[in-house]
Design a protein around this ligand. Structure first.
Ligand SMILES: *Cc1c(COP(=O)(O)O)cnc(C)c1O
Length: 431
């Protein structure tokens, strides 16, 4: 399998090259040059996520240097539970809990898989691989956790001082060792600008190989497809019907993985994307006009994206607007609706949502009955509510027990360097 750029299909790369580069040389994003065709029967005997992943990913790894490592990569990356929990609401509906990894958000799947791949790709390389990550909250923690303690790799996380939640900041700064956390006097955009400038300058850190781990890396998308494969197969075996998903979305990485799983032949039906007040995608699907805009801050902050980069991949899969608009639908959910949904479902269903997952629950509650009856529905739960106590606890009137993995991280000492938002300061850290 080769991977091609969304901008120029003659730019092709092996899987290992695509992982290492992150972005294609022409600025496009890597996509598979062709999708394999798989059917539910191909997964007979695959019960847990690692076995499903091994089967699903085999064609994508075919011919690459990592092919013989696939089994050990998926066993290492997917070593935490992925429960599908029935929801006590009307209809056939369950919650796919993607928050049982080390940093309690679904980004752990992509980050851990990427780290498992990357540490094998660089074996034998003489230069240290330096992963630069600009983060607005969740990604930096997941990437730091996944690469912490791995030989031959160093991680530098840049986050905007004072603009991440207190618990997110603890997850960004508790590592030490091969992870350095920079608290940047600036915004997320400043952090991203610094990272981009470092990549653009070949003389920036000549003794290092720089790489990125942001959500455009194909090594973060492929592993996310695996939980959709597993969940759709389980629902299909149980009911004989295709499974519909509601996916809280921002940069569209999570839902794109689901679209790929469906394209390969998995029994996936409707895809309903939920957004917060950042309405770029819902407006596009309604009007046909693509109008990216600056993001606005909301309670579901990990979805505060005004120009979702994975739209480029979606459009390469569906060049025709009407086909794209037929392939998925989208709704936008306001902060007031998020608050009300968290309060209501705590009382009525005994279910505590994180602000992101609350957008999916809100969309489900408003599905017309006929659509609700069209097969099993799965709400994708992207983070544990204990990551957002400032928002959730006042709404439900009590404290949320913290999962043990997260609790352990929160006890570690902080290690952080405060820097101005300049390229010189980043350069001196990388000396
Ligand atoms: C990143 C994130 C999202 C958005 O996912 P995308 O892949 O960017 O669409 C939703 N919820 C949480 C908790 C996240 O961390």
């Amino acid at each position: 399998m080769k991977f091609i750029s969304t901008r120029d299909s003659t730019h092709s790369a092996t899987l290992s090259e695509a992982l290492r580069r992150g972005i294609a040389p022409d600025g496009g994003l890597y996509v598979p040059e062709a999708f394999p065709s798989l059917s539910p029967a191909d997964f007979d005997g695959c019960e847990d996520l690692p076995s499903v992943a091994r089967r699903f990913l085999a064609p994508f790894f075919a011919g690459d240097a990592l092919e013989p490592e696939l089994e050990s990569i998926v066993r290492e990356a997917f070593d935490f539970p992925v429960p599908l929990v029935p929801l006590k609401a009307a209809g056939d509906v369950a919650v796919l809990e993607l928050f049982h990894g080390p940093t309690s958000a679904f980004k752990d799947f992509g980050a851990r898989f990427l780290a498992a791949c990357m540490s094998r790709v660089i074996k034998g390389s003489s230069r240290t691989l330096t992963i630069l990550v600009a983060t607005s909250g969740d990604t930096g923690g997941a990437v730091a956790a996944a690469f912490h303690g791995r030989p031959g790799v160093e991680v530098v996380v840049l986050y905007p001082r004072g603009l991440v939640s207190p618990r997110q900041e603890l997850q960004l700064t508790c590592w030490g060792g091969n992870v350095r956390s920079l608290s940047v006097a600036g915004t997320f955009d400043d952090c991203q600008r610094l990272v981009k400038a470092a990549f653009a300058d070949p003389a920036f850190a000549p003794h290092r190989e720089l790489s990125s781990a942001n959500s455009i890396n194909i090594g973060r998308l492929l592993p996310q497809a695996c939980y959709y494969v597993m969940t759709s197969l389980a629902g299909y075996r149980r009911t004989g019907r295709k499974v519909n998903f509601i996916v809280p979305s921002g940069n569209l990485g999570n839902v794109l993985a689901c679209v790929w799983a469906r394209r390969v032949g998995m029994p996936i039906g409707d895809l309903l994307l939920t957004f917060n007040a950042n309405r770029t995608v819902p407006d596009f699907l309604e009007s046909g006009e693509w109008r990216p805009r600056p993001s606005v801050a909301t309670l579901a902050s990990a979805m505060d994206v005004g120009n979702p980069s994975n739209m480029e991949r979606l459009r390469s899969l569906y060049p025709d607007f009407h086909e794209l608009a037929g392939a998925l639908s989208a709704v936008s959910v306001s902060d007031d609706e998020i608050r009300a949904r968290i309060r209501t479902d705590d009382g009525a269903l005994g279910q505590v949502w994180c602000p992101h997952t609350a957008t999916a629950a809100e969309a489900y509650a408003h599905l017309p009955p006929a659509r609700r009856a069209a097969g099993p529905w799965v709400l994708v739960s992207t983070a544990h509510p204990a990551k957002f106590p400032e928002t959730v606890e006042p709404l439900i009137g009590r404290t949320i027990p913290v999962p043990p993995a997260l609790a352990r991280l929160l006890t570690l000492p902080r290690q952080v360097l405060e820097v101005p938002a300049t390229l010189e300061s980043l350069a001196s850290v990388l000396q």
